[in-house]
Design a protein around this ligand. Sequence first.
Ligand code: PLP
Length: 355
Amino acid sequence: MITTGQKIAIQRTDASRLPSTDLDNIKFGRVFSDHMFVMDYVDGAWQKPRITPFADMRMSPAALVLHYSQTIFEGLKAYRTEDGGVSLFRPKDNIARMNRSAHRMCMPTIPEDLFLEALTTLVDVDRAWIPDGDGAALYIRPFMFASDEYIGVKPSDTYRFIIFTCPVRGYYSEPVRVKIETTYSRAFPGGTGEAKCGGNYAGGLYPAKMGQDAGYHQLIWTDGLTHQYIEESGTMNVFFNVDGKLITPALDGTILRGVTRDSIIRIAKDEGFEVEERKVSVEEIVEAARAGKLISAFGAGTAATIAHIASIAHGDEVFELAEISERRISERIGTVLDGIRRGKEADKFGWLVRV
Ligand SMILES: Cc1ncc(COP(=O)(O)O)c(C=O)c1O
């Protein structure tokens, strides 16, 4: 049984860290707002939804999550809007994705209305932490982990669900150098690629480090079976502008269903650009690059929104896009997307939820 309609208890801090925080100089993911939302799953139900001061917590060294990685997370943002308000961007899509991840990882789902109320209440409590200005937002991190004190591979009976927030500014400033990865894999058919579970990211660290040691910011992941098809770029979805057409790998179960990816596709189509979601082979992109038809490429995700790619390495070849890049399409889409988030453009797709 899942308990809904519970009131969220709020315990405010009496020692806010905001006065000693410089919101104009924040490192991504290093600064945390004053409060967090916490709720435990015990005896088959979500219990005691509450907002408390952000603080360390106690857990058993035998907690299941620490050994077998039964943990999932999300990432979304709240923005200050032009009318002085605050809005969440597409939170229901993140809630739905978190619940799909929960299903894949044998974890309990979270009632959508309670999840949304937790998000809006927490952001409201820490509203003063939302920075203002270009690229500034409140990054919101919901996550859930297995908390049973037990050594043995099985789904936990108890879980903790937490949401905390971080004030952030821009993520990547410079276009990134990427390498097409054809040795290691992030995901494979039947695996957990589509779930936002911790293990996917831990497994990507070593190949990413190898890439970084060789001078690349990010990897372009390819399919785990043949390494012939492009999947994602680092922790972002990836788009290519080939001859004026926007191409992105189709969702096939191994790729994360990015909210930014979907937003870009919908805005691009609405703006009259041609978009193709389909299998994208490495060969096709390499051929387009050789022929000078790869006009630009970019990663898409909540953290960076659009991260332009400066160069793509494949084997011994390096294709420099920076010089030929013509970013009319991505810049137009980025402007519309940012305009919607900030309330400068009409929310024609119904994406904002006001706090
Ligand atoms: C592996 C991966 N792909 C893509 C994305 C982009 O998804 P979104 O646009 O929902 O942030 C993310 C970030 O959440 C990610 O971790």
